[in-house]
Design a protein around this ligand. Structure first.
Ligand SMILES: Nc1ncnc2c1ncn2[C@@H]1O[C@H](COP(=O)(O)OP(=O)(O)OP(=O)(O)O)[C@@H](O)[C@H]1O
Ligand SMILES: [Mg+2]
Length: 258
């Protein structure tokens, strides 16, 4: 396993919620990187409820003359008692263009983490924004377009999926992650329209999502609720895709969620 990048084509399908949820449940040490050029750190304001102040983040990495690989552990902050640590994104959208030169060396530093037993999950935000982390999505070990299953969401994802398939932009490993299957379309239907495999399906579970999205009090049975269970299944599915690839067993199979 190594670098998993999540992004969206339109709307707010749940990229940040899903990326954070996966990081918190990740079975190994993992670095969650907020590479969303929108700015304002949805995670500091949301999950951390604005209590955790902005220390250092991607902007400091971009401004430093030191080696990024050396700086990563200093800039990353632990997330509670989980195996995850976190690097905050830009404070404002106006800082995002300054990050353009950071994405390629950051990707290399994240890939090198694998040697230390650490994976990376990257929240790349909305595709095509000024300063978007295009090089990261191009070369991540898995680049997942997070998508709802209604027609406007699928229609917006379609042109990006087509571009990714055709190599404009060049993505090494494009795939799809659905939030709220059968609302109304199934994973199989969405996969067939987008021409990309659906590697995981995240449950539509607004109550649990609010815990991760804006730090509301954890409801009863959160750990056994639909969101957490689907996040765990997503992690297993992604793990299986990576293992299959590593073992050289051929083309990435469609996930068995379909
Ligand atoms: N699995 C889910 N089930 C139900 N609601 C969800 C789920 N994931 C996220 N949400 C809700 O969707 C909204 C957007 O979530 P989130 O900020 O994670 O999306 P995003 O794709 O990162 O959006 P943005 O493009 O603004 O960064 C929030 O209200 C959140 O609680
Ligand atoms: Mg987000």
């Amino acid at each position: 396993m190594a670098v998993v990048a999540l992004c969206s084509a339109s709307g707010s399908p749940g990229v940040t919620t899903t990326a954070l949820g996966m990081a918190l449940l990740w079975p190994r040490p993992v670095l969650l990187v907020e590479a969303d050029p929108t700015g304002g750190s949805g995670i500091l304001a949301g999950y951390f409820r604005g209590i955790k102040s902005y220390g250092q983040g991607l902007v400091e990495l971009a401004l430093s003359t030191e080696d990024i690989a050396d700086l990563l552990p200093q800039v990353a902050e632990p997330v509670g008692s989980s195996a995850a640590s976190f690097i905050a994104g830009p404070r404002t959208h106006s800082q995002a263009p300054a990050l353009t030169g950071l994405w390629a060396p950051l990707l290399r530093a994240l890939q090198d983490l694998e040697a230390t037993g650490q994976d990376a999950i990257v929240d790349c935000g909305r595709l095509g924004l000024v300063g978007w982390p295009e090089p990261l999505l191009a070369e991540a070990d898995l680049s997942l377009i997070v998508c709802r299953t209604h027609l406007p969401a699928v229609a917006a994802a379609r042109s990006w999926a087509e571009s990714a398939r055709r190599g404009h932009p060049t993505w090494a490993h494009p795939a799809v992650m659905l939030v709220g299957e059968r609302q109304p379309y199934s994973a199989r239907e969405v996969s067939s329209v987008l021409g990309l495999p659906v590697h995981a399906v995240i449950a539509d579970d607004p109550g649990s999502a609010a815990v991760l999205h804006r730090g509301v009090t954890v409801p009863d049975r959160f750990d056994h609720g639909p969101l957490v269970r689907s996040l765990q299944a997503a992690i297993s599915a992604i793990d299986a895709v990576m293992r299959t690839r590593a073992e050289g067993l051929g083309v990435e199979a469609m996930s068995d969620v379909q």
